[in-house]
Ligand binder design. Structure first.
Ligand SMILES: [Mg+2]
Length: 341
């Protein structure tokens, strides 16, 4: 297979801040991946996140390690075996692997003449509504951000800053009917979390994502036994083998392609989470329409979606899944259905 890639710098429409200080960006450096098999082009994207040990430079280094293997690939239908070769060559580097994985699905779909969702037996009309994310900011900036998205019925609010309750009050004033989901990004202690969650009930919050750091297993069990709202794992649940331990700590998990290694791993996680009685959200990093659309294709399998990553960026190099007021419309073309702009 022919293999090339291009580092890209995605610029968010607003500076994006969450409760972890290493994440505050006015640019996000991803890598667009291109595979070519007998004239058929497959697009993929690596969306590295420093929290998980990757950045653009590690992705490029991983892709160069993979290059001699990929250039020997002859049959895109042996993707499980091919992706296992990459795992054998290099541990970790899941964002880089997720990018290759997406490009292989894109090629398969184009050869079959089917959108990815159809190849998986899914109805493109079954995509769940997606949240629109509001990052941490001053209450006045949050007010203006919420006014821009009043047509979105689901809002995800990043908390864990100093003005949390003031921000929630502002959002409820501006969007009294929106369903609100909260992500604390590990920003609280167990007692702070319980006090906050008890307040969040009054604001009609639906669930709370990752209140404590992943190391706080006992704290999470204590909180889960007392929390009046459902709790979702994000940083505590990166990949398949993290799922069993989520039982008793969380009610649901947030699966992201760049975190778990791609669509094929996300599908395994979805089955495993169901077997453990956990609900599932599909989430994203700051991603272009390439990786967002790959996730959207499997979203009919999950309960919740947080796939607004491409809407938050100003210079999306691709078109793909359309996001209108939280509704996700999959492209009709084969494979991922993404097209370079
Ligand atoms: Mg999160």
């Amino acid at each position: 297979m022919k293999f090339s890639y291009e580092p890209v710098c995605l610029k968010p429409k607003h500076t994006f801040k969450i409760a972890r200080e290493e994440v505050e960006g006015d640019k996000f450096e991803n890598v667009i991946i291109r595979l070519e098999h007998e004239g058929v082009t497959g697009w993929g994207e690596a969306a590295p996140f420093l929290i998980y040990g990757e950045n653009q430079a590690t992705v490029v280094a991983a892709l160069e390690t993979f290059r001699p293997l990929i250039e020997k690939w002859r049959d895109p239908w042996k993707a499980e075996k091919m992706m296992a070769e990459l795992d054998g060559a290099l541990e970790w580097n899941f964002a880089a692997k997720a990018g290759i994985d997406a490009a292989l699905y894109d090629i398969q779909g184009k050869i079959a003449g089917l959108p990815l969702c159809s190849m998986l037996g899914l109805d493109p009309g079954d995509t769940p509504l997606s949240t629109f994310t509001i990052g941490i900011d001053t209450p006045e900036v949050v007010r203006s951000k919420v006014r821009e998205v009043l047509d979105c019925p689901l809002l995800k609010i990043k908390l864990g800053g100093p003005a949390d309750l003031e921000i929630l009050r502002v959002i409820r004033e501006e969007a009294p009917k929106a369903s609100i989901r909260v992500d604390a990004n590990c920003g609280w202690t167990p007692h702070k979390a319980l006090a906050m969650i008890e307040e969040l009930v009054d604001y009609g919050v639906e669930f709370v994502e990752q209140p404590l750091p992943p190391s706080e297993v006992e704290g999470m069990r204590w909180l889960h036994a007392r929390s009046p709202l459902p709790l979702m794992a994000d940083e505590s649940c990166e990949r398949l083998h993290h799922i069993p331990a989520c039982v008793g700590q969380f009610d649901s998990i947030n699966i992201k392609l760049a975190k778990c290694g791609g669509v094929r791993h996300a599908l395994k996680m979805i089955g495993c989470a169901r077997a453990h009685g956990l609900q599932i959200m599909l989430g994203c990093m700051l991603e272009s329409s390439v990786l967002i659309t790959a996730a959207a294709h499997i979203s009919p399998l999950v309960d919740f979606a947080d796939l607004d990553g491409a809407v938050l960026i100003a210079n999306d190099p691709f078109s793909g899944m359309r996001f209108e007021s939280g509704r996700m419309a999959l492209p009709e073309g084969p494979g991922l259905g993404v097209i370079p702009r």
